[in-house]
Design a protein around this ligand. Structure first.
Ligand code: B3K
Ligand code: ZN
Length: 851
């Protein structure tokens, strides 16, 4: 409620800024605890403003002096900023503040990591650097001077001048403060270059600390060059500065940040080498580099008017990076991968207390809205627009968006208007995808009558059938498959834009099988009256690779649910189908590896919950183990040959082809290890010459309890490599037996190399713990108590990471009364912590529904 929660900000309360800025000059005198920041800002009144108050954001700053047009002023300071009498005419604001980067463990604003200075300003970190209108609709040209005794001094834009112990940078592109960045330290550059489509040569650099990291930059540089070329080829977007720098930082709250011309990356998201990175790491690194680069247009050149519009830049940029990966690798495999992520993370979010629309209408801490809903569902919305507009319409709409809004701080409505013009249609109804939470549920029933198939479709807001009104616009690609596996009717696009719809298809020679929501055209859940035999046929023959995989996914999910609910034996129809699919050499190995994978135990819990069953984490764990064992035994005769066929000879390459073979080979190794006492895995571990093979072998050993010597050998080999050691920490938690998980986490948190101040290490242990459903949800509540203890400790150090990990408790209502009480007790204990951060307080209140 608005009145009782004054810190809540509402979209409907948006007002334009009182003052706009022409340009900004910043001077930094770097010092670990006494950095002086001197600002000189040219303000002018905004003619569109309704509130004329001169207000500057500022947190944890020590104001030394302030002047307006050269005259000292005495502003009124609050915890969040300052106000001051200011002329209703252009004026110059000058201020000096001091800040303490060394003690900034929240990793927001200017902070230190491993002896270097770096920044993180999105969303509201700039206000920890100096007093400023820290909102995305105030865009300005920045000139920055850095003084400090470091070999490398970087900021946004182009280098302007430099000398001994100082450097000046000028960024000609107006930007909001959240895109500001500064880096200083003893760094070395891995250089590269790119010539743009109009022939301009751009210098590229990846900066790392001298030493081992220097050998881990080549792949990232190639990924950057591929991204720059792809954005020119596919979206016509050219880079716009003389230089593009990336810096790798060890202590970072998330993956990476798209600061203009100076991207800052979590080291784990840019550094790659065959011996230290897995195939999955290579793919993820390529995608993140692309994502941050693509923000240069979708985020930086066109930014967001306010933080409610976050999914305008994030959803669109995720969609673009998904397209890029699909083009670089396998499009069907990428689509399956994205659907797995969406279902696991976003559907879960939508089904619990943290559900929110992609464009929320209120928030108290915006950092808590960098969510799967804003990112991944935001991307799905763009994908649906692409489907509705077609390739030509999509291109026309995006061209219009770039032309019309270059240099703007835009809104979802601005973006929508470009599609409305390009498609010549009204998208008011479609807008609900952005403004409403929830995963729509579509039910399809079929009637077959003498050559005519009638489809009855209906939509509701959830599987309970509650009517969602006005109806969403749900694009569904579908085709009809014959009993022989061939398409009886080619693919069509059906648009379900009412609560119910009937589709009649006459003149069919025999009853077909419906393949609907092909390619996962819409992010919905689906109920279909489909027999296991029909699903098995689709699994064997559907011409749409996504639905072919999904038929298998539904089959395995149902088998697991039945095993949990009725303690049934593993279903032989599923096992037989796998025996056929896994040996089908026409199928991409990566695709076959996906077919062999199970939904996570958390997803099985969610599937049971959707059927009104209280999930029992131990029974789910047992069902997963039993089915895996049955699969190993059922495929036993073929495993050795399949494993051998997936051998990759020659030098390591992270490309999709060899990576897919390793993926399937290692899925098979996991099954073999259930039967051979770990012999094959031990051999692979001993001979592995790349991290994928080494860690997959270690995982197979851990899964099956044969690991001890290899775990120690791995730690010995990699003790100096913090990114590999993160894997070592995480793996032991993820693959522990549920009854040992709490003890494993406690032991690892007491390890001399555990450091809660490093978000990567904290997440390696506690993120893996939160994802280990059966280990975390111990009936005695020990898992909940342990996580709460550590979150209380971490909150005082790093609120952002605490608020993210606390979402582990978001599913508490679906569990039995005993577990619910223990989870609530843990949450209440966190909530009662003195001086709890606003970030964590908001999340706990939303989970407990006391917000
Ligand atoms: N825009 C940043 C995320 C910032 C998160 C702030 N808490 C990275 C990205 O999405 O590209
Ligand atoms: Zn992004």
């Amino acid at each position: 409620m608005k009145d009782s929660a004054p810190s809540v900000i509402y979209l409907e309360d948006y007002t334009p800024p009182a003052y706009l800025i022409d340009d900004v000059h910043l001077t930094f005198h770097l010092h670990p605890t006494q950095t002086r920041v001197i600002s000189r800002i040219a303000f002018q009144p905004n003619p569109d403003a309704t509130d004329k108050t001169f207000y500057l954001h500022g947190t944890e700053l020590n104001l030394v002096s302030a002047k307006i047009d050269g005259t000292p002023v005495d502003p009124t300071l609050t915890d969040d900023g300052l106000t001051c009498d200011a002329p209703d005419a252009p004026f110059i604001w000058e201020a000096e503040v001091t800040i303490s980067p060394e003690t900034n463990t929240a990793l927001e604003g200017l902070y230190m990591s491993g002896g270097m200075y770096c920044t993180q300003c999105e969303a509201e970190g700039f206000r920890k650097i100096t007093y400023y209108p820290d909102r995305p609709d105030v865009m300005a040209v920045f000139t920055v001077r850095i003084e400090g005794d470091y070999p490398v001094l970087l900021s946004n834009g182009n280098p302007q001048a430099s000398g001994d112990g100082w450097a000046e940078w000028h960024d000609p592109w107006p930007k909001p403060a959240y895109l500001f960045a500064l880096v200083a330290g003893n760094l070395v550059a891995h250089p590269g270059s790119f010539t743009t489509m109009s022939g301009r040569k751009v210098a590229l650099n990846i900066y790392v600390r001298p030493g081992a990291d220097e050998d881990k930059c080549a792949f990232g540089m190639g990924a950057l060059q591929r991204s720059m070329k792809w954005d020119e080829d596919v979206y016509g977007r050219e880079y716009d500065l003389d230089i593009f720098n990336i810096v790798a930082v060890d202590d970072f709250n998330m993956g990476a940040m798209e600061n203009k011309g100076l991207n800052i990356f979590n080291s784990s998201c840019v550094l790659a080498s065959p011996t230290t990175s897995t195939d999955a790491d290579f793919e993820r690194i390529e995608a993140i580099i692309a994502h941050e680069y693509f923000h240069n247009w979708t985020g930086n050149r066109i930014t967001c008017r306010d933080w409610f519009q976050l999914c305008l830049k994030e959803g669109l940029t995720v969609y673009r990076d998904q397209q890029f990966t699909a083009d670089m690798r396998s499009a069907p495999v990428k689509r399956i991968d994205d659907a797995i992520t969406l279902r696991a993370a976003q559907f879960r979010e939508d089904a619990g207390p943290l559900a929110h629309p992609p464009r929320p209408s209120s928030f108290s801490e915006i950092n808590n809205f960098y969510t799967a809903t804003v990112y991944e569902k935001g991307a799905e919305i763009i994908g649906m627009l692409h489907t509705l507009a077609g390739d030509t319409g999509y291109k026309a709409a995006l061209d219009l968006y770039f032309d019309r809004h270059d240099g703007d701080a835009a809104t979802i409505e601005d973006f929508r208007a470009c599609f409305e013009q390009a498609m010549d249609t009204d998208l008011t109804q479609f807008t609900r995808w952005w403004t409403d939470p929830g995963t729509p549920h579509v039910t399809v029933t079929e009637e077959w009558n003498d050559g005519t198939l009638t489809l009855h479709l209906s939509q509701s807001i959830d599987a309970l059938g509650r009517i969602d009104w006005p109806a969403r616009v749900i694009p569904l690609r579908y085709a009809l498959i014959g009993q022989d596996g061939a398409e009886m009717q080619a693919e069509q696009l059906l648009i379900l834009d009412d609560t119910v719809k009937t589709v009649v298809i006459a003149g069919l020679p025999a009853r077909p099988i419906l393949s609907i929501n092909r390619g996962f055209t819409a992010p919905i859940t689906l109920s279909q009256t489909q027999s296991d035999a029909d699903r098995a046929l689709l699994l064997a023959h559907d011409s749409d690779p996504f639905n072919r995989w999904d038929a298998g996914r539904k089959l395995v999910s149902d088998v697991l649910c039945r095993m949990v609910m009725h303690e049934t034996a593993p279903d032989t129809r599923y096992l037989d189908a796998m025996r056929v699919a896994v040996r089908d050499n026409d199928l991409d190995p990566a695709y076959r590896a996906f077919l062999l994978s199970f939904p996570s135990q958390a997803e099985t819990a969610q599937a049971l919950h959707m059927q009104g069953v209280i999930p029992d984490p131990d029974a789910i764990h047992l069902a997963h183990q039993t089915l895996r064992q049955a699969l190993a035994e059922h495929l036993q005769d073929h495993l050795a040959a399949l494993y051998a066929a997936m051998t990759v000879d020659g030098d390591y390459s992270p490309d999709a082809g060899p990576a897919g073979k390793r993926d399937l080979g290692n899925a098979v190794l996991g099954l073999i290890s259930r039967l051979d006492g770990g012999k094959q895995a031990a051999q692979q571990f001993a001979t592995a010459d790349n991290m994928t093979q080494q860690i997959s072998a270690l995982s197979a050993l851990l899964w099956n309890g044969h690991e001890t010597t290899q775990l120690a050998a791995f730690a010995d080999q990699w003790s100096d490599d913090r990114l590999v050691m993160d894997k070592w920490f995480g793996l032991q938690v993820a693959l522990s037996a549920p009854e040992d998980t709490v003890a494993t986490v406690k032991a690892l948190a007491a390890h001399p190399d555990f450091n809660e101040k490093n978000p990567n290490r904290f997440r390696a242990v506690f993120g893996a713990f939160a994802r280990h459903a059966a280990g975390f949800h111990r009936a005695d509540g020990s898992g909940y108590a342990l996580l709460a203890d550590w979150l209380i400790k971490l909150d005082a150090i790093n609120p952002q990471t605490t608020a993210r990990v606390v979402t582990a408790f978001d599913s508490f209502k679906r569990y039995d009364a005993g577990r619910q009480d223990k989870m609530k007790a843990a949450l209440n204990r966190i909530a009662a912590t003195p001086n709890l951060s606003g970030d964590t307080r908001e999340m706990v209140a939303r989970i407990l529904d006391t917000a």
